[in-house]
Design a protein around this ligand. Structure first.
Ligand code: PMV
Length: 344
């Protein structure tokens, strides 16, 4: 039996930053994201992970080189690894619901891993979606399983605009992601992904969150104001009000990077090129907002705009930012979440 799933990346428009339980990946705040779909079929990069699982017994494994008896196996972008703790937690949760034989997981990312392009999010979403071929899972169970792998992964499972509710239960049973507006809610909305760097991020997000929650004085002020910001941005999405959406999006990204910098020692995820993107966007945005950036835990920019501005913005960024060329600007739309692709 073999199951393959694809899962897209998602970009947070209200960032998840801080854990109330680090083993269960329970967040200190509710977050909101957009699931991305690439507009350009021919691009060298695809912002998705494809994962195939098959049971090891059936594939005749068990005594091959590097194959540890009784353990699942993982092959990531062609290389075999031991399962990490996050994968083990994710699989243990599903096996508690219903046991299944040990599996071989073969996973390919079609973009640079750990470059702030949310590879872990699409990775765990694809893993859980593929396993849902063996063990039927509800949306809630999928969300919990993916979250145990990587918090933001629970959002890559679902379509369109996705809200991940922080929840209050200590076991995380109410910390669930769900689609709040479908992928076709705002057809003119586009996102340009500017690939400014493909190198590994300097501080992994878990370590960064831990440092921020422990040392940043600004962090509690962020948490206090987030509920009203989430209400406002949801309203802007509902009304397809780009200026309001863009303003709140940029403010949240800037605030997230501000609490990173307010951590001690400070964490810098943005590069010089990222700052140039920020400056360029604010220049373009006078007298009204035509573009809005957001950055995760890495230097790459996600610039939202309406479709009539895509070509103009692409040309502007390429002409102003030396790191960019046409193939490093990826055109995206709001897309569907993870899908179980085929089975045989
Ligand atoms: O899911 P993690 O542990 O990779 O954390 C993601 C953190 C951010 O990407 C910075 C924000 C987010 O909400 O995706």
């Amino acid at each position: 039996m073999e199951f393959t799933a694809n899962a897209p990346v998602n970009i947070a428009i209200i960032k998840y930053w801080g854990k109330r339980d680090k083993n269960l990946n329970l967040p200190t705040n509710t977050s909101l994201s957009v699931t991305l779909r690439m507009d350009d079929e021919n691009s060298w990069l695809k912002l998705l992970t494809r994962t195939t699982i098959k049971s090891i017994e059936e594939s005749g494994g068990g005594d091959k080189d590097g194959d540890k008896d009784g353990e699942d196996k993982v092959i990531l972008n062609g290389e075999q690894y031991d399962l990490n703790l996050r994968m083990k937690r994710c699989l243990a949760y599903i096996r508690e619901l219903e046991s299944f034989p040990r599996i071989q997981i073969t996973s390919n990312n079609f973009f640079p891993t750990a470059a702030g392009l949310a590879s872990s999010a699409s990775g765990y979403a694809a893993l859980v979606a593929a396993i849902s071929g063996i063990v039927p899972l509800t949306d809630e169970q999928m969300s919990i399983a993916a979250r145990l792998g990587s918090g933001s992964a629970c959002r890559s499972l679902f379509n369109g605009f996705v809200l991940w509710n922080a929840g209050v239960n200590p076991d995380g049973s109410d910390s669930l992601a769900k689609s709040i507006f479908p992928e076709n809610h705002w057809p003119a909305l586009c996102c340009l992904v500017l690939v400014l760097s493909a190198s590994e991020k300097k501080v992994p997000s878990s370590a960064g969150m831990e440092l921020t929650t422990r040392t940043s004085g600004l962090f509690s002020a962020r948490l206090e104001k987030l509920p009203s910001r989430i209400t406002e941005i949801l309203q802007s999405i509902e009304q397809r009000d780009f200026s309001q959406f863009g303003k709140l999006l940029m403010q949240d990204s800037n605030q997230f990077h501000a609490v990173c910098m307010d951590s001690y020692p400070p964490i810098f995820y943005l590069s010089g090129a990222s700052l140039q993107v920020i400056e360029t966007v604010h220049e373009i945005n006078t007298p009204f907002i035509r573009a809005a950036y957001t950055f995760d835990a890495g230097p790459n920019a996600f610039v939202f705009c309406l479709e009539n501005n895509v070509s103009f913005l692409k040309e502007t960024f390429i002409s102003r930012i030396p790191e960019l060329s046409a193939e490093k600007v990826l055109r995206c739309r709001v897309g569907k979440g993870a899908s179980l692709h085929y089975e045989h």
